[in-house]
Design a protein around this ligand. Sequence first.
Ligand SMILES: [Zn+2]
Length: 299
Amino acid sequence: MYEATIQNKVYCHGVGLHSGNDIEMELLPASEGTGIVFIRGDLGDVRILASSDYLIPTHLSTTLGIGGVTVRTVEHLLAAISALDIRNIIIRLDGPEVPALDGSAAPFVSLLLEAGVVCQRKTRPYVEFLRPVGVSAMGKYITIHPSPTFDISYKIHFDHPVVSTQDYFYRHTSEAFIKEIAPARTFGFLKDIPLLQSQGHALGGSLENAIVIGDDNILNKEGLRFPDEFVRHKIVDLIGDISLLGMSIRGRIEAFCSGHMLHAELIREVLRDRKAWTTAYEEAPRFFSEENMPSFSPV
Ligand SMILES: [Zn+2]
């Protein structure tokens, strides 16, 4: 349980799912204690820390903002960063949104692994839950229960034959994330697109970066990556959103039809209910030498 960063800087570019802008993104190593920091290079290098303090809840994606400057659709990148246990990284963007790439977290995992993940010397705490904490709204809910491991049990129900009811149990490790969760793409319904676009959303959405669901089929010729890709993607979103707590979790999350708004409410409730959890550190060697310097290999 050490902090980690990336070894080298890496670049990518692509269209923003909602803004439709073509955006360049640079990922850079950062020293211990930096955290995950977005920089809007196009707006005089305004820095926005990936923390619940700067979370602006919206239904369609996760936005961080400070003083009117925002970065949108951060959740898939944050999921990849947190699943690889990276605590310190600079994300420099020349636009208002993280590129969508293929709509999943997999290209971000590849980019981070290409950059190399290196362990740092500072230990990082984890949150251990002492009693359940949860939030609910209109039949939807999300609760964290005490558990020695980080598990997610997610269930969705859409009144649509293609999605219908799906549930998935996930036990978190970097390897499990890479294999089971990261490739699952975001999805949307064809019938919703005109309204979303009239409101300035999904302007960069396409079959290249989202699963598009028609009346009784999906429009993507290549088909699904998993039969239950939809619920797996909800787990991508949750891992990205919950990472804004800033600490690893030991707990079992149970979610039913949750989304970005409820994830944000859960974070607020966890921070409010301070007696429901405690923080702890893994035991670490007191002094480092070449022999006991921790190494990290996510795959
Ligand atoms: Zn998503």
